[in-house]
Design a protein around this ligand. Sequence first.
Ligand SMILES: O=C(O)c1ccccc1NCC(=O)[C@H](O)[C@H](O)COP(=O)(O)O
Length: 214
Amino acid sequence: MARDIRVKICGLRDAAAIEAAAQAGAAYLGFVFFAKSPRHLSIAEARTLTRQVPEGLAKVALTVNATDAELEAILAEVPLDMLQLHGKESPERVAEVRAKFGLPVMKAVGVADEADLPQLAEYGRVADQLLVDAKPPKDATLPGGNGLTFDWRLIAGRRWPVPWMLAGGLTPENVATAIQLTGARQVDVSSGVESAPGVKDPARIAAFLKAAMA
Ligand SMILES: O=C(O)c1ccccc1NCC(=O)[C@H](O)[C@H](O)COP(=O)(O)O
């Protein structure tokens, strides 16, 4: 029987990948606004690309410590359904962005060990959703999209007051095990469905969705 799992494909940069994700049943598409990322889109590129997203898929803007002015500039041009805050935004900043911009906010929290878990409860009080991601290494250039997993047993059976999504090093090969171990109802992937950094592979996108939902 098919599982009712909602999948987010993050870091989309081309129409073929959007089509593959939509056809295979993705629920969310992520667009990265972070200049250091190989998945970065300019506002003009994002405006063009988001026009190709079929009705019903949630378009998520991923930002890192963005200022109000940066968020305003994105939202003035690009039709979006959710903001993903993937930097060091405090719980107060999450609440402020949510109130100011009127969109649901998903806060990413990096997990490496037990000590990282209280943050999830804290952000769960102010965000609409949580992205439970692998913590980036100290010397990483990117705060996410690094293709690293964390010990899924750390969050097995844990629940937070808002919906949450599992991320970090997921692939078509390991996503079913990750879902089984953690009880996640939503999963997110970026580098695990790429053929090179920033280059999405439509076949791997389809395989990921199939494995997540099987
Ligand atoms: O993907 C990026 O380039 C990125 C850049 C800056 C901040 C966050 C970024 N990605 C965040 C995501 O939501 C990824 O999908 C998530 O971290 C999982 O990535 P991966 O381990 O590559 O599947």
